[in-house]
Design a binder for this molecule. Structure first.
Ligand code: 16G
Length: 240
């Protein structure tokens, strides 16, 4: 299967072989790959070459490594189309996954300077600060830090952990959410994010910031989220 006379580098041929096994479901998510040693012996190549192939596929999110255990076929990434302003709960339900949250913090406080700027409010305005780990079928997907202007929404319910904030505001309170503005940037998980997302410190994450506005243009929330780089990819349709 490996052609040493081919102009294609050997590590690349190994990668293609692994890809094929995953594409054809010969290897399925959760399956453990043979060890580097076995691989190297089977193909009569160096362990370094095998490692290079596997490392690149792990960086791509196709494989994932667990310290002291081995390398496994990763779950396919969740593909999130960027069209329209949706909530996490809606996004998960749309793809047949069960949305969930673990509430880490839920406080009413005065807005930090940056947050007050984003919400176009005074620094003494009371804001809810809500930290939630967002789960899909019980697996952590994102770690969200939400700031909501309480001067605008009034009181939020105590049992926020088990609720959709958008559903509550729109369906129970009658607010009209208008639109949102979002930025994406690549980053590496810090200690807190890694712990919350069940990944290693330094693993790739996507940092997303969203400001959501009511229909009349009033800023409602400012949210900073860390999404797992190995579990998510975003798609966007671009009409020319
Ligand atoms: C999404 C939004 C977040 C919003 C949340 C509401 C991004 C990056 N963030 O996670 O801004 O607060 O949905 O979700 O998409 P909920 O209605 O399920 O509580």
């Amino acid at each position: 299967m490996i052609d040493k006379n081919s102009p294609l580098p050997i590590y690349y041929q190994i990668q293609e072989m692994i890809r094929k096994k995953i594409d054809t479901a010969e290897w399925e998510p959760g399956d453990m790959l043979p060890s580097e040693r076995i691989f190297a012996e089977d193909f009569d190549v160096s362990r370094m070459t095998v490692r290079q192939a596997v490392t690149e596929l792990a960086n791509e999110g196709l494989l994932h490594r667990e310290k002291g255990k081995g390398t496994f076929v990763a779950e396919p990434k969740i593909e999130q189309p960027l069209q329209g302003l949706t909530s996490f709960t809606e996004d998960m339900k749309a793809r047949g996954l069960a949305p969930g949250s673990v509430l880490i913090q839920y406080t009413l406080r005065t807005a930090p300077l940056k947050v007050s700027e984003k919400l176009q409010a005074n620094t003494d305005v009371p804001v809810y600060e809500i930290k939630r780990i967002r789960l899909a079928d019980d697996v952590p997907m994102a770690y969200e830090r939400t700031f909501i202007n309480s001067a605008i929404v009034g009181e939020l319910p105590e049992d926020i952990e088990n609720r959709s904030i958008y559903y509550f505001l729109e369906k129970e309170k009658g607010f009209k959410i208008g639109d949102g503005e979002q930025t994406f940037e690549a980053s590496l998980a810090n200690t807190e994010e890694a712990g919350r997302l069940d990944i290693n410190e330094g693993d790739p994450i996507l940092l997303i910031q969203r400001i959501t506005y009511l229909e009349d243009g009033t800023p409602l929330e400012y949210v900073k989220s860390a999404y797992r780089g190995d579990r998510y990819k975003f798609t966007i349709k671009m009409p020319r």
